[in-house]
Design a protein around this ligand. Structure first.
Ligand SMILES: *Cc1c(COP(=O)(O)O)cnc(C)c1O
Length: 357
């Protein structure tokens, strides 16, 4: 068996004639544009001054300028980049491109990010689950390779993993890439907080790999909804066929281009979050009702307590909201706590110190 993208793509997608937008045929920026039924009058002039771009025109459907900027910081050509309305759009498109509803399946490794399963369910795609190894939260490679069926099209690996926070060993990922002929999706939503590098350079060696990243975490732009997928040009072309023509709005495109031209701020907040992660982890470990703080390569900590429901309710009473993860596999009595600002973390710690078991 060998990786063959053509065999993997759903028949209806292979045959699909994509929507051709007016702007994807004429590439110029100069001219009198009477092709898209826009309002040529640009009635909301004040908005143009605030945002710095007119909104009466449809945005660039291929986000060319924005991809050029992303290309520079990710060291990968623009043709290998897909942009979505959050990574969640890329996850959905993966199912729609490769999984025949009611027939194909995906393999995920719980505890992990919830959207892989929800998106599979929306698309009527069966989910095979192979749990991570308890406590280390590493991949159970043998079990994964044994559980794959002829209809397994996608394997999702979250690295660093949400909600456990750990990185996944490259050797295990490599073993899966080498022994699986479907698509291996590596979700690097938290890579900027990790002590190791992105797998983007490995894309050249693995045509069956898709890497997801996002502007929602390290870049602090969750409200904007901008996710990235990196893959071979062939895979990106399939994504582009499926996506809604104008999936990234003009405001997002303009704003992120500006931010990428001034990226110093982002790295300073990442450095601070990493140092707060260490401080918070050490301080939480000293609390009597904290049984374990798992090592984290992300901007959150998974914390095992003596009673997650009680600690959660106590924090809510004090208007501090954390994420209960105690009902998911391997996470008994665990809470997931996002690293906040120094001040927020200080308040959290002070309130937790007052907690009575
Ligand atoms: C937060 C998160 C994302 C980001 O999703 P967006 O839709 O880009 O906001 C993706 N994957 C994981 C594992 C996450 O935790």
């Amino acid at each position: 068996m060998k990786f063959d993208l053509n065999n993997l793509v759903r028949e209806n997608i292979k045959k699909l004639v994509p929507y051709s937008s007016a702007r994807s045929e004429y590439k110029g920026t100069e001219g009198i544009f009477l092709d898209a039924n826009e309002n040529s009058f640009c009635p909301n002039v004040s908005q143009k001054e605030i945002i710095g771009t007119a909104l009466n025109r449809y945005p660039d459907p291929m986000q060319f300028s924005l991809k050029e900027e992303i290309s520079k910081i990710k060291f990968i050509p623009a043709k290998n980049i897909f942009l979505g309305n959050g990574s969640d759009e890329a996850i959905d498109i993966l199912y729609r491109a490769f999984c025949e509803p009611g027939k194909d399946n995906t393999l995920i490794c719980p505890p992990t990010y919830g959207m892989y399963e929800v998106s599979a369910n929306i698309n009527n795609v069966e989910v095979i689950k192979v749990s991570l190894i308890a406590e280390t939260f590493q991949l159970d490679t043998d079990a994964i390779l044994k559980s794959i069926t002829q209809n397994t099209k996608l394997i999702f690996i979250c690295c660093p993993n949400n909600p456990t926070g750990n990185g996944v060993k490259w050797l295990a990922i490599k073993q899966i890439l080498d022994n699986f002929n479907g698509i291996v999706v590596i979700d690097e939503a938290y890579i900027d907080f990790a002590g190791y590098r992105s797998l983007i350079p490995e894309l050249a060696n693995y045509p069956n790999m898709v890497i997801l990243q996002t502007f929602s975490k390290a870049w602090g732009l969750a409200g904007l909804r901008l996710g990235m997928a990196f893959a071979s040009e062939e895979i990106i072309e399939i994504f582009n066929k499926i996506k809604p023509p104008y999936n990234i709005n003009a405001v997002s495109q303009k704003l992120v281009i500006d931010i990428l031209n001034n990226s110093v701020q982002v790295s300073s907040s990442v450095i601070e979050i990493i140092s707060e992660r260490k401080r918070l982890s050490e301080a939480l470990s000293k609390l009597k009702f904290v049984l374990k703080v798992y090592p984290s390569e992300a901007n959150f900590l998974l914390v095992k307590t003596t009673n997650a429901n009680n600690v959660y309710a106590y924090l809510i009473k004090n208007k501090i909201i954390v994420r209960k993860r105690n009902t998911i596999i391997l996470c008994d009595d665990c809470l997931r706590i996002t690293i906040g600002t120094k001040k927020e973390n200080e308040i959290l710690l002070n309130i937790l110190k007052e907690y009575k078991t």
